[in-house]
Design a protein. Sequence first.
Length: 313
Amino acid sequence: GTYSRTFESTYARYWWVKWVVVGGGLFWVLNSREIPFSRRVQFIGLPDWVDEVIGHFAYHSEECEVYDETHPYSQLAMEVVNDILTVLRNNAEEYPYLLTCIEWDWKVCVTRDNDLNASCASSGKIVINDSLIRDLSWDELYFVLAHEVGHAIGRHGIEGALLSLAADFLMSLVRGGGVESLSVSLLDCSSSKKSESEADFIGFSLLRCAGIPTTPELFTSVFTTLNDNTPLDEVDTSSLLARLALLFSTHPSLPHRLEALVALDASTPPLPPSTPQYTEPLYPVTYEDPDSCIENLLFTPFVRQPKHDDKRI
């Protein structure tokens, strides 16, 4: 009857919708992948070489003073990252995307900075401040750098950028004064906090795969150091001001991150007793010159190198 003719007319008019839905679904399936270790299904829709291009430009966007590649700090940081890459290679059979990650041009720059921080751009461009290397033990430094590697293999940089662009576009259609800016800011912060939590999980998994014991004491020590050596039980997380600050923060609070990792450690079986223990401080280090000491490292020659400011610890 009339209804049948109307339906056929409408279907003939919007026949292309079917192909958009089918094509979009096929595009999503072909371009989505499972993030290693966390197993979250992620859709980026961009080829892998885009990560390398973005990482290259982010890495060379600014300049700062860094230690030369031959400096003990730089060699130590790169040694840890190479050990992490070995772990990735050993797990590539279970997570094939790791084969692509291993082929990236991984770089580690150690900067002279008292700020306890590290960061990572796309395709494995890591920057870590020398203050962390001085203050952390081997296994603690391993976790910090494994966390940054987690940002890279999770493609958090490009994922966050695309999400921010999409939010900006959608909110530009809304005429609400500052409402759209506030909404985009909250969305960016929420996405960033999820990325940080996922990087913590990947870092935890990499420690386990490397045979490094994951203990509450290890994570407590790491986050206490990141908190300027202030005990975490002194951090205010319950007041209204602290909750508002956390709402607009790009990172979960350190006590919350510690709580999540301790719970994760409690839910996983212990490593075999034969697992090596890496609890010795990284420094002091013996050099060829017997008169050298750790303080002298602060006055070694620097070279001008690029840096970036992407994902933070």
